[in-house]
Design a binder for this molecule. Sequence first.
Ligand SMILES: [Zn+2]
Length: 415
Amino acid sequence: MKKILLIIIDGLGDKPIPQLKNKTPLEAAKTPNLDFLAKKGICGLVLPYITKGELPTSEDTHLALFGFDPKIYNPGRGVLEVLGIGLKILPGDVCLRGNFATVDTRTLKIIDRRAGRIEKTESLIRAINGITIEGVKFLIGKAISHRIGIVMRNKNLSAKISDGDPKVTGGSPLRVRSLDKSKSAEFTARVLNQFLAKAHSILKEHPINKKRKLPANYILVRKGGKLKKIKGFNKKYNLKAAFVAGGTLYKGIGRFLRMREIKVKGATGLPTTNLKGKLIASKKGLKNYDFIFCHIKAADNLAEDGNFFGKKKFIEKIDKNLKPLLKLKNTLIVVTADHSTCSLLKSHCQKPIPILIYSNGRDYYPSTVFQPKSTRSKKVKKFSERDCQKGNLGKIKQIDLMPKILKLACAFDKK
Ligand SMILES: [Zn+2]
């Protein structure tokens, strides 16, 4: 079987943008290396995993991409974030994700949901870490900038609780409520509300906040969950898998699926991330592993900020760093995304995602895997939403992708 390198460019797909001459950022970007892979490989579109009527989430789409049905396997974003931060999770713990936010201390109205995207939160975290209320211990870990992970530790907790984050400014933080009538959910919500009030009273007096224009004086919590034990990627597919990622969620997903981590200095999930280091580490990792998942984050954030020029530039930067991979032997290279992120909407969107699959030295891709046709299409000139539509892979549901990739990796050996 061939080795597999899966490169996920988060939020890669987009819609045409007038300022880019009605091209998408991927179409407008100069991407000779991706174009080479697309031309010599096979292309198509992936239909992202979506819960009816909602926009795709990064956690659901990644799980679907790896062949784990999110309806069964998604443990909640809080759990994945906490895993990504590296906090220990014990059986029974409830995990949440949180934001440092700014509220008006008099009215409690939210002024900034991200406390001015505060970076240095270590001493604020120290001030509230380890607080115990009614026997529930609160453990806090730092994620990127204003973000944190929270572990609630006690045997009588339930994750059936609502969010405290209203996701808009102007109003007050929401009171956390139990989502069922169980005593454990009511207990969890009550204790969490007490903790949030206590944290506020400590944070508003903290010396760091006395100097800040947007003090990080409140914690907005959401997406509570409990860790589920699962079989993991390696066992499911009988493959040795590893991941390379900078963002906490993606590290969390890799750890949740029990892939091994390949650490890369300077891998941050930001536009300034060490792209070169990540791709070289992925290439080297193929010596020891059958499957490498390399996650690249910033295209998504740039689109969410409406920065389509930035997204285009970042895609070009990724492309430059792909050069050393073009001659990889005995490897299937797959480039796609978890979902599209539309720059004009500044949000994830349901648009199908471009995908390319390439194997060095192959002109023909077995038609047994991708019915009806899977020889490469001469119509594909560029790796883009438009050209991938003409590709011979056609449209693939995200949850069906991994079995097809594995089948293709095996089929090559037989030819
Ligand atoms: Zn994403």
